[in-house]
Design a protein around this ligand. Structure first.
Ligand SMILES: [Zn+2]
Length: 68
């Protein structure tokens, strides 16, 4: 299980990126929402979508859940 977060600020394409707690990019995020613990990024992105319809896995830490 890993802890996941979603960026409260969208990327330029409108995506809200989902990161796990080990992602170095987390340090660059000013405002993030705690998504709790998840078995994998898929359920974390589903959880993020309850808040932000356009959520997407981070290409670095959650590439399996990243769609372009
Ligand atoms: Zn990440």
């Amino acid at each position: 299980m890993a802890k996941y977060y979603v960026n409260n600020n969208p990327q330029s394409n409108g995506d809200h990126e989902v990161h796990n707690s080990g992602c170095p990019w987390l340090n660059l995020i000013n405002s993030k929402k705690d998504l709790g613990f998840h078995l994998n990024c898929k359920s974390a992105v589903l959880e993020a979508k309850k808040t932000y319809k356009q959520s997407n896995g981070c290409v670095h830490c959650s590439n399996a859940c990243h769609t372009s």
